[in-house]
Design a protein around this ligand. Structure first.
Ligand SMILES: Nc1ncnc2c1ncn2[C@@H]1O[C@H](COP(=O)(O)OP(=O)(O)OP(=O)(O)O)[C@@H](O)[C@H]1O
Ligand SMILES: [Zn+2]
Length: 671
């Protein structure tokens, strides 16, 4: 028999694939997984080619140890998707494809894989229970759903619908049609946060009792994640609901992609392979020639620009869906006139009181967790800095700790000032914990709940918290952006926004886009069910020192269109994305100078006429966990030119000798 060689992609920074001899029999296919010796370890890799020849000399060639023949190969289309991502984000194929697989499948032993396959085999197919009733779509929803179903081939559609306009129903209708048309078709529905999956999952299962539904997100236990991944890969799961990592799932019969809240920053992976799941989703839809729906009340400027230029088709839902529901009235509270006590103005307190009397819920939004952002000494001016970062230690009172939000260091709260001994240390500013404490004093009878990253550390606690809000066991909810998006609160008629001003004057040109989206989203949690008999009109109260700022003006008018158009004009004049393409080279070292020197050298490697290479600068938070960090911004008006430059530049960077650790990010969002 002819000798077989496997070309295998491995999860390593070396930008190449590796050949192995295969003497094990069977019929290994590209797209299957192989266990191979690599250095001193054994690793699972993806077989990208199987052939009868290799360039590697016989004495250098090693044997592959095993091939997972029981696992049907990943489709060529899937490998192409990974190869595209690898190419675009300047990574080797193996660093994209292998980590995209669930851990259980990548294990050196096959117990977990075999068990999962057996379990799936035995699992009864989804039943034929009667689907839950769907509301009758309104005319705008119907039109949007029709447009999606009628789309032929690759069709990017922006579903631009105000908060509470019933975008979910449009997704479900479009999904139902795809599933009905083709007995194998699969639909991928993506949401930005794990917290949003349970509510939607329940909804989907009730609506599609005959279809297998699989969820994919980082909150799942390994076993379950492996099982769900396999269900998708084997074509069993007809609907896959997931967060950003689901974009790299194997879906051999994918017929429709839906990206809910497409503007959400969570779609951007911020470590390792820094990909945009939304951008990859669009690429995947194009590759497969299928429709993709990007849904949002506040589309990203990138998507908005594509809709304006006609590359994406815009479908609109201008009205709220529930009977009698209208968008809430937005009012600004001038904090110079109505001075807050405990962080809350009297206007806001009265509005909350009214809700309590009527048995309606209020939501307070403050994007800052902890008790106070800093602890200080009035006597000598000492401030509680993190010893390892250029950042303050955040006071966490219920946990009796000072915490650094950058390196996670925890310290005891000092009883007295470390410099002068003063025992009267003052917390400055307010986080969610301190607001919660104030609320308990103002409304001792009210049921108050705080939802933020600290209150929901335990697995399942976030879901439990949201469920109790939905059940009406909470009168006042205080939270960070976790509570702002997506949730369909039915009895909430007041939203109070605390302290949004800090983002108004940020040096980051994306800050106002983000702030506006956040405020519109959180405002959108109020008044979704329509006005009850004798109930309050829903309202949003924003505490600000800048009541005349145009951003707030646009917010009061619920006018995303002109706000977005205005921002796009500014961006075009300033020559920033989406009118410019960027990449960011980051370097870290013990000494800042080492990082800066590396970047300086990198900047001088290859001048290029279509590329602007800026000066290296220290990052805003320069030191994190005793590591100094600097960055270098690369820009070009042409994406292909930038891509071509990065390719050869990366090769040159890899050849450089430096003590700095570095990484490249394409389309960075935090600069
Ligand atoms: N045609 C309809 N008739 C009556 N109620 C509807 C209809 N469509 C949707 N709804 C209800 O309207 C509410 C809001 O819908 P949904 O949560 O889908 O809004 P959304 O557009 O996703 O909003 P957001 O952008 O704020 O997440 C839900 O409670 C939903 O059940
Ligand atoms: Zn720190």
């Amino acid at each position: 028999m002819e000798q077989l060689y496997l070309t295998v992609a491995l999860d390593t920074p070396l930008d190449t694939c590796f050949d192995y001899r295969w003497q094990g029999g069977g019929d290994p296919q590209p797209g299957q997984l192989a266990l191979v010796p690599f250095g001193r370890r054994e690793e699972i890799g993806l077989i990208v080619a199987v052939g009868g020849r290799t360039e590697v000399p016989a004495d250098k060639l090693k044997d592959a140890l095993a091939v997972r023949l029981q696992l049907p190969p990943l489709a060529a289309r899937w490998i192409e998707l990974c190869a595209f991502a690898a190419d675009y984000y300047q990574r080797p194929l193996g660093e994209v494809a292998v980590p995209a697989l669930p851990k259980n499948l990548r294990a050196a032993k096959t117990v977990a894989l075999d068990r999962a396959l057996k379990k799936l085999d035995k699992l009864a197919p989804a039943g034929d229970a009667t689907p839950a009733d769907a509301p009758v779509l309104n005319a705008a929803q119907q039109q949007a759903a029709d447009a999606i179903s009628e789309a032929q081939g690759f069709a990017p559609l922006l579903l631009y619908g105000v908060t509470g306009s019933g975008k979910t129903e449009v997704y479900l209708k479009a999904a139902a049609r795809v599933l009905a048309r083709d007995a194998q078709a699969q639909v991928l529905i993506m949401v930005p946060e794990i917290n949003l999956t349970p509510q939607l999952e329940q909804n989907i299962r009730a609506r599609f009792p005959g279809a297998d539904v699989a969820t994919l997100h980082s909150g799942l236990a390994e076993g379950e994640r492996g099982l769900n991944w396999l269900a998708a890969h084997l074509g069993r799961a007809r609907i896959v609901l997931g967060t950003r990592l689901a974009i790299l799932a194997s879906l051999p019969h994918l017929g429709l992609i839906i990206v809910d809240e497409e503007h959400d920053p969570s779609y951007k992976q911020q470590e390792g392979l820094r990909y945009s799941a939304r951008d990859l989703a669009v690429w995947r839809a194009r590759q497969l020639g299928i429709p993709i729906v990007l849904g949002s009340a506040t589309p990203s400027l990138e998507t908005w620009q594509h809709a304006l230029s006609g590359r994406y088709r815009r479908l609109e839902l201008r009205e709220r869906a529930s009977r009698d529901a209208v968008l809430p009235k937005v009012r600004l509270i001038d904090m110079e006139r109505d001075r807050p006590g405990q962080g809350l103005t009297s206007t806001l307190v009265s509005a909350m009181k009214l809700r309590l009397e009527r048995g309606e819920q209020s939501l307070l939004y403050l994007n800052r967790r902890g008790y106070a952002p800093v602890l200080a000494c009035d006597a000598c001016g000492w401030i509680g800095n993190c010893p390892r970062c250029t950042a303050f230690m955040v006071l966490h009172k219920p946990e009796h700790r000072m915490r650094c939000h950058h390196c996670s260091l925890e310290l005891r709260i000092p009883k007295s000032c470390p410099t002068c001994g003063n025992v009267d240390l003052q917390p400055l500013g307010r986080g969610t914990q301190r607001i919660e404490e104030g609320l308990q004093q103002i409304f001792p009878q009210a049921r108050i709940m705080r939802i933020d990253a600290d209150s929901t550390r335990l697995k399942g606690s976030a879901q439990a918290a949201f469920e109790s809000v939905h059940r009406g066991e909470v009168d006042i909810l205080i939270g960070t952006q976790m509570v702002a998006k997506g949730h369909d609160f039915r009895n909430l008629t007041l939203v109070g926004v605390l302290n949004p001003d800090t983002s108004l004057f940020s040096h980051d040109y994306r800050a106002s886009e983000r702030l506006f989206a956040q405020l519109m989203q959180v405002a959108g949690r109020a008044g979704r069910a329509g006005r009850k008999e004798g109930g309050n009109a829903s309202e949003v109260l924003i505490q600000t020192r800048y009541p005349t700022h145009p951003l707030y003006g646009a917010l009061m008018r619920h006018d995303y269109d002109s706000f977005a158009n205005g921002l796009l004009e500014e961006r075009q004049q300033a020559g920033v994305p989406p009118f410019m393409y960027q990449a960011l080279l980051r370097a870290e070292a013990r000494e800042l100078q080492t990082a800066l020197d590396f970047l300086q050298q990198a900047a001088g490697l290859q001048p290029h006429p279509a590329i602007v290479i800026n000066d290296p600068i220290p990052m805003t938070i320069t030191r994190v966990a005793n590591v100094e960090r600097a960055q270098l911004l690369i820009e070009s008006a042409s994406r292909p030119a930038l891509q071509a430059f990065l390719k050869s530049w990366m090769a040159a960077l890899r050849a450089m000798k430096t003590r700095a650790r570095w990484s490249l990010e394409v389309d960075p969002v935090d600069i």
